[in-house]
Design a binder for this molecule. Sequence first.
Ligand code: C2E
Ligand code: MN
Ligand code: MN
Length: 406
Amino acid sequence: MLSILIYRSRMNGQLAQAELAELVRLARGANDARAVTGILLFDGVYFLQMLEGPDQAVQAVYERIAGDGRHTHIVRLLQDYAPRRRFAECGMRLLDLRTHPQGMDHLLLGDATPGADTLIGDRAYKLMQLFAAGRWRDHATESDDAAHWRFVRRAAPFPQSMVSMPSSAPCRFALQPIVDTTHGRISSLEALMRGPGNEPPHVCFAGMTQEQRYRFDLESKAYAFELASKVGIGSCKLSINLLPMSLVQIPDAVQRLAELIALHGLKPQQIMVEITEDEAITHLVPFKAALRRLRELGISVVIDDFGAGFAGLSLLSRFQPDKLKIDRQIVSGIHADGPRQAIVRAIVACCRSLGITTVAEGVETADEWCWLQAAGIDLFQGFLFARPVLDGVSPVTWPVAVDAAA
Ligand code: C2E
Ligand code: MN
Ligand code: MN
């Protein structure tokens, strides 16, 4: 099976002509030994490399390259299979675009490859052509180096960071900050359900009938509001998670939510409801009616886990939330993943046109955050900044530009 892989990267520092030639010579030798062939395109700053060969050999070569400090911002753009090699004759061909701005096509195909014409117009070909023509920049996000940032931990700006909750409560909540790193402020706190012994949310709902689950989900929010009120969130917002059916199936659910909010001294304008289920789509009419009541009270609506499971374009096309949270699976490793980057860029553009605030969930590394903020994501949530804390709020780790810190 012939595997192909294309990545793009940025040169780290300067590379003299002779050094480039030497680099290619060494790569050629290493690749030959593994039956890997390919081409390296270079525009003076950026590389685009295509590798072709047996699956494991291509992976091994890519991993070695990814660990090479002579280039940074390595993004895997394509991983696929092909019927035949394009560059069968050579372990690593070099195409320096500064000296060969023209006559690309025969190089991209391999001169004498039999049946090469069948490779014209495939994805690998299009990506190489886009790079060679310099048009790839219109479809990419150039992000900052994570090394330009350091992270500083500061206590959360609330009167209490840990509070005590009634021990008889059937559930508890953990709070996790959602942060605006541009302005160094906590935008909201998400209340995540926990069992009496700190069990995860799905355990809290286990063993209940559908009916009980919806009722419990709604009534549990009393403890989330009580916690927020004891922490003293002030004018900060509070995000709660609700099964859409809790709003649809329970008569006067929105009215009950409003009562609980008022009971704990919070304002409806401070509350955001996160929803994620497919039920929202299958019961669209009553669901939209519940949303209308939420909006009338001033409560915001958030689509959670966008891009995972049922929270997708279909839901977004039917109703537009105030906020959209991009699922952790898409965010994970995004700084090095071409397909995920393309998807998030499109989500950001879409949300901009609609006035929807974007949140990236599950941000765990500085590299991920650097890319996401360059792409225009508004808010961030994840272990990089703060973990959820039971009955309290953890300090927040803020990015500070290294220059600004000096
Ligand atoms: P969610 O609403 O998407 O909440 C985010 C989940 O991601 C939380 O898991 C949180 O602990 C976790 N998380 C946050 N940052 C990171 C990170 O950087 N890396 C990783 N790996 N994980 C991170 P948790 O608390 O286990 O909650 C799981 C899900 O349970 C929630 O996902 C939400 O859909 C649901 N849930 C939580 N509380 C409630 C509730 O009161 N009612 C309902 N119906 N569902 C709830
Ligand atoms: Mn959520
Ligand atoms: Mn989520």
